[in-house]
Ligand binder design. Structure first.
Ligand code: SAM
Length: 243
């Protein structure tokens, strides 16, 4: 997968050289390139922002440097691109979107700053995406969150025995509680079933705990979810136990 990031703060993306995403780059599972669109400004001071027409506080990113930087990226490959505009007004990013982005050959992230963008930037955009209902200073942190979550779905990134499909939200359920050694820590014991070696009982316990956790913490996730017969029965029992 190829990822291009249009930003005026390219060094912020050094963080992607660490941990799993760093390893994914070393192993050439992803090629991440930052493009400083300040380099494309058509004025001698490399200015990329200007005051909004009609007045108002703050400055806006101009369309020209961003559109020219994108044109340059396009001229270098004819891969089909998803062009993602980081914007608080966009569709809220979630696990399903991460999974979908992971199927793309090339992703282009456009990171805003100041008060946002000249609207004409949107002529090249395929997806306007937000990380949530709050405003951060620039699109860089938002892009890094999306890249990290997306990369977890790229085959090979997590290693063979771990799957992002088991993570919270992947099947509209939160992940079940997990424990590691010791089995008894200062009297706090690991649920017996987990040390039983009975895989079927462990599977059932985990599913029940996932359903219970989701029902208690994020009931909204269950609203439009389709349940198996086993899940329906467990959920009925969980609700009855909680009465
Ligand atoms: N004036 C803009 C508004 O009210 O929508 C906010 C601009 S914000 C200070 C600057 C840039 O940060 C945005 O253009 C966007 O790229 C990024 N940004 C801020 N909050 C974001 C969010 N929740 N999701 C994605 N990007 C965000």
């Amino acid at each position: 997968m190829k990822i291009d990031i249009l930003t005026i703060f390219p060094r912020m993306f050094d963080a992607l050289n660490e941990s799993l995403i760093g390893k994914a780059q070393t192993r050439e599972l992803v090629d991440i390139q930052t493009v400083d669109f300040r380099d494309y400004a058509d004025n001698k001071h490399n200015t990329v922002d200007d005051a909004p027409y009609g007045g108002g506080a703050g400055m806006l990113l101009q369309a020209q440097p961003i559109l020219d930087a994108y044109e340059d990226i396009e001229s270098k490959s004819n891969t089909k691109k998803r062009v993602i505009l980081l914007d608080p007004a966009g569709k809220k990013f979630d696990q399903a979107m991460a999974k979908d982005f992971a199927t793309a050959e090339e992703l282009v992230f456009i990171c805003g700053h100041y008060e946002g963008y000249d609207e004409r930037v949107k002529t090249i955009v395929t997806d306007e995406v937000s990380i949530g209902d709050y405003v951060v200073t620039g699109g860089e942190l938002a892009a890094m969150i999306m890249i990290d979550a997306t990369m977890r779905f790229v085959p090979g990134v997590l290693g063979n025995d771990i799957s992002a499909y088991d993570d919270s939200f992947s099947n509209d359920l939160l992940e079940f509680p997990q424990y590691t050694r010791p089995a008894d820590y200062k009297g706090m014991k690991v649920p017996e079933v987990l040390t039983s070696g009975n895989h079927e009982l462990i599977r059932q316990w985990r599913l029940r705990e996932s359903l219970k956790k989701t029902y208690l913490k994020r009931p909204d996730l269950l609203e439009n979810r389709e349940f198996t017969n086993e899940e329906e029965k467990m959920l009925r029992e969980i609700k009855a136990d909680l009465l």
